[in-house]
Design a protein around this ligand. Structure first.
Ligand code: KIV
Length: 271
């Protein structure tokens, strides 16, 4: 690898850059990252954001769910990713039970930002109290609605959310509440494309979809699904970008281009 980990001529993207991309209709690209080598490759391909997701519990640690992931795991992997980042915006997940109260959330978010180098933290569900408090403390927050993997033991299985009108209305209402509470970004996971398109059009903040159709403001995929190197079955909404690529770099670039040109996700990868 001939890329230096730090390049003073490139400025990392900011929340303002992401908001401006939504304003001008430019799709935002995001892949999960968990280590320095993939961080460098993703960054070099021009991908706009890297999410240090608690999906690392499944794809790195080999657990069945994201629940065993600790805040120390998240801080460690976020630091690995931010060490090799030049331009991409870095979001880190607050793992299960690390935001049980606003104060607990603030302490853990501070670790992700001060030690890990994250620019924003993501948390699952309509935790309006936590989002308001973090925002007041100057911590940028990304909400996460639709399928919430940290609630798997309540949900029972990983299925599409918001199919019934009442469930869709609740997701729309929660999205507005999160925006009002100060969330600067929203991830929508596994919801019908029409619902995600409606929410993206209604909100001022960028909406990033995963299994949520092409009309979101951007797309995120779990890197190991996109490269088809996971040990678990690839979800229907994901795509194997290695299929037509000669290298990992080419596959990451293909994802970036397909999202920018609204070619991914197609209906085959949407609900
Ligand atoms: O942990 C993760 O990778 C995520 C994505 C599925 C959005 O939260």
């Amino acid at each position: 690898m001939n890329q230096t980990p730090y390049d003073s001529t490139v400025n990392p993207l900011t929340v303002n850059d992401l908001a401006a991309m939504k304003q001008r209709g430019e799709k935002i690209t995001c892949l999960t990252a968990y280590d320095a080598s993939f961080s460098a490759l993703i960054d070099k391909a021009g991908v706009d954001m890297m999410l240090v997701g608690d999906s690392l519990g499944m794809v790195i640690q080999g657990h069945d769910t994201t629940l065993p992931v600790t805040i120390n795991d998240m801080v460690y992997h976020t630091r690995c990713v931010s060490n090799a980042r030049r331009r991409a915006f870095i979001i880190a997940d607050l793992p299960f039970m690390s935001y049980s109260t606003p104060v607990v959330a603030a302490k853990n978010a501070a670790k992700l930002m001060q030690i890990g180098g994250a620019q924003m933290v993501k948390l699952e569900g309509p935790r309006i109290d936590v989002v308001s408090f973090l925002t007041e403390q100057g911590i940028p927050v990304c909400g996460h609605l639709g399928l919430l993997p940290q609630l798997i033991n309540q949900l029972g299985d990983y299925k599409v959310q918001g199919k019934k009108p009442a469930d869709a209305e609740k997701i729309i209402a929660d999205a507005h509440l999160l925006q009002q509470a100060g969330a600067a970004l929203l991830v929508l996971e596994c919801v019908p494309a029409a619902l995600a398109g409606e929410i993206s059009a209604q909100l001022n903040i960028p909406v990033i979809g995963i299994g949520a159709g092409v009309d979101c403001d951007g797309q995120v995929l779990v890197l190991y699904d996109a490269l088809n190197i996971g040990t678990l079955k690839r979800p229907r909404f994901s795509k194997n970008f290695m299929q037509d690529a000669v290298s990992i770099e080419a596959a990451i670039h293909a994802f970036h281009q397909a999202v920018k040109q609204s070619q991914f996700p197609s209906t085959e990868h949407s609900f």
